[in-house]
Write a protein that binds this ligand. Structure first.
Ligand code: ZN
Length: 398
């Protein structure tokens, strides 16, 4: 074990203590009924300042008038910076009855810490802070500046987080980015590509009547079923390209939620609402997918109803970061050396901050060592992973 590793290992108790302070300070989006990140940012800013870093706070008022703070700190005076970009916001606890421990208390047991946000994304946040602390304390000669961009609002589209920060001219073309917001339990998966995401709400308006006189009405439910099946068939027939970076290796189109319609069996529904979740390979444009849905809706089969569309979420696919990109190579080397695992590069169907960076040509690797338990009740992190990931982060800079 080298000096840095020993230092980081010696911080284990402090890391647990920091985590125990952060988890109780809620940072849920006002869109989900929370109060935003301000209090958590206050605490984190204090932690960063106590390390002797100068911290810049970029805060943006959201549509509720709530400030949404992002924290940026840079250590070093080199021409290039490797940025680590964890997010400080979390989702809400969900159904509290499903939690075995209080969701906003850090419960330390059997080498794990339970609590909302522990794995998504506080583990990586704490790992990166202590990696930076160790590099500073050891007086290590850095090859790159250590940039820390702790962002807000990741869980609801990053509107007041990375999207705003990208307009502040903080990041340079030549910089590299690690978004530690996705991974697997072995820490051997680097995500280099994300599918585009399109969530569409579809409303079919017909005419509600008694079920015994269908000739007097227009059954919106029947037209919705027809529409969904037609669109489903068309999209799966047309968007067939595959990419072995992704698993599943193909674009996916799934009809998912539908809203409750009438209360009685003897009423023909006049309105029907359903949703489609599309995850589209970077080869395609979301506008084309949407255009296909609209074309089906305007066909003669649907002349008796009105079909309207609302985009619930849209993230256009970003160009993937090459598996040979410098940031990926550096990260692979650091992981191999500190975690002893061989790394594979993959694409995912979800979205992280990396999508926004890649869209403007900034090379970004997504990596961390986490179990697949984000957003679930009884979310936890493994303390050893928090410590070992900090070693990997530190290794990137020396
Ligand atoms: Zn996350």
């Amino acid at each position: 074990m080298n000096n840095l590793d020993k230092l980081i290992k010696s911080y284990e108790k402090d890391m647990i203590s920091t985590m125990s302070h952060i988890i109780p300070i809620k940072a849920v989006s006002p869109m989900s009924g929370g109060g935003g990140e301000s209090k958590r940012a206050d605490y984190l800013e204090k932690v960063l300042r106590s390390l002797g870093l100068s911290v810049k706070r970029y805060s943006y008022k959201d549509k509720y008038g709530v400030p949404r703070p992002n924290l940026v700190a840079v250590y070093g005076d080199k021409p290039r910076t490797i940025w680590i970009v964890p997010h400080m916001d979390t989702v809400s606890e969900g159904d509290p009855a499903l939690w075995k421990t209080p969701p906003f208390k850090a419960c330390v047991t059997n080498g794990k810490i339970y609590g909302r946000g522990s794995t998504d994304n506080l583990q990586a946040l704490v790992s990166s802070i202590y990696a930076l602390k160790a590099l500073k304390k050891a007086g290590a000669e850095l090859k790159y500046n250590f940039g820390l961009a702790i962002v807000a609002d990741e869980e609801i589209g990053s509107v007041y987080g990375i999207q705003k920060l990208l307009k502040e001219h903080i990041f340079k073309r030549s910089d590299m980015f690690i978004v530690p917001d996705c991974g697997d339990a072995n820490g051997n998966m680097i995500e280099v590509a994300e599918k585009g995401i399109l969530w569409v709400k579809i409303t079919v308006n017909g005419k509600q009547v008694h079920a015994s006189t269908p000739d007097q009405g227009v059954n919106a439910h029947r037209y919705m079923l027809r529409f969904l099946l037609k669109v489903d068939e068309l999209l799966h027939r047309k968007y067939t390209k595959t990419s072995n970076v992704f698993s599943p290796n193909i674009s996916t189109f799934e009809m998912t939620k539908h809203e409750k319609n009438v209360d009685s069996i003897n009423i023909i529904p006049g309105t029907e609402i359903a949703y489609i979740d599309c995850r589209v390979l970077p080869d395609y444009k979301l506008d084309d997918v949407l255009g296909d849905m609209k074309r089906v809706a305007s066909g003669s089969d649907f002349s008796k109803v009105k079909i309207s569309f609302e985009i619930v979420q849209r993230e256009d696919p970003a160009p993937p970061t090459s598996a040979n990109a410098e940031v990926v190579r550096l990260l692979k080397k650091a992981i191999k050396s500190k975690r002893g695992v061989k790394v594979k590069t993959v694409g995912i169907g979800g979205g992280t901050c990396a999508g926004f960076l890649r869209r403007i040509g900034l090379e970004s690797a997504v990596w961390s060592t986490v179990n697949d338990i984000a957003h679930r009740p009884n979310e936890y992190l493994v303390i050893k992973d928090m410590v070992d990931d900090a070693k990997v982060f530190a290794e990137l800079f020396v």
